[in-house]
Design a protein around this ligand. Structure first.
Ligand SMILES: Nc1ncnc2c1ncn2[C@@H]1O[C@H](COP(=O)(O)OP(=O)(O)OP(=O)(O)O)[C@@H](O)[C@H]1O
Length: 226
């Protein structure tokens, strides 16, 4: 199986502060993996490194074919076109409706043809079970619906992997389960890999999958220690 993420002896820093040392893990195409750990343990920092918001200053890494240790600033948009990023706070543009939100992202990724954009927007909204909300403003949607749009947006460019940073962090328990099931459904149907950071240990116990654990400055693959 081909790796979509590969980190080898990676040292992850926030400014001058070393957050995680000697990180090693590989995620293959189509895998579903949790990234867990307490608040401040470094989950977001791992994801930020993978989408090149933080430079990988020591060690090596490859994401969707791009070498993080040799990445040029000009390559960052191209790397991000191959990954989908989902945030805890949804990060929809509040001043425009859902259709315009999605068009904005497609244009930013280089899409031009209006008809192709419409087709893709309808496809991703169907994938997240929200086919009739094009004209709605973000504030007219529930938190769970806004996160579904966030996932639809992340899927627009058919990424090899979804990186999700506490995607259920702003949702109640019931909605969290729905969103998790949606990630699992997308993962199974479209074989998009998923790396989901969470500190919701209850959710992980109910729906166990391969788990990477950030603790005391290290990342441990819990499935290897079983
Ligand atoms: N922008 C920043 N500048 C400086 N230090 C930061 C920054 N962001 C995070 N840190 C520090 O890096 C460490 C790891 O934080 P990180 O956000 O990666 O953890 P986390 O596990 O994702 O926590 P949370 O669940 O609260 O988001 C913490 O000590 C934090 O204070």
């Amino acid at each position: 199986m081909e790796p979509v993420i590969f980190l080898q002896n990676a040292y992850i820093y926030q400014r001058d502060q070393l957050v995680l040392s000697a990180v090693n893990f590989t995620i293959h195409k189509g895998e579903f993996v949790y990234l867990i750990g307490r608040t401040g343990s470094g989950k977001s920092s791992v994801l930020q490194t993978l989408y090149a918001d933080l430079w990988l200053e020591k060690g090596s890494g490859v994401v969707a074919g791009y070498e993080l240790h040799a990445l040029k600033r000009s390559q960052i948009p191209y790397l991000r076109r191959n990954i989908g990023i989902v945030f805890q706070d949804f990060q929809l543009l509040g001043d425009r409706n859902i259709e315009k939100n999605l068009i904005f992202y497609l244009k930013a990724m280089g899409w031009k043809d209006k008809e192709e954009m419409n087709v893709r927007i309808n496809e991703v909204l169907t994938l997240v079970n929200l086919p009739h909300i094009l004209a709605k403003m973000p504030h007219q949607l529930s938190g769970g619906e806004q996160q579904r749009v966030g996932i639809a947006r992340a899927l627009l460019n058919q990424p090899q992997i979804l990186l999700a940073d506490e995607p259920t962090g702003n949702l109640d328990a019931e909605m969290s389960v729905e969103i998790l099931k949606l990630f699992m459904d997308i993962n199974e149907k479209s074989k998009t890999a998923v790396l989901m950071a969470t500190h919701d240990f209850e959710l992980i116990e109910r729906y166990p999958r391969r788990t990477l654990y950030c603790d005391k400055g290290l990342v441990q693959d819990l499935s290897e220690s079983l």
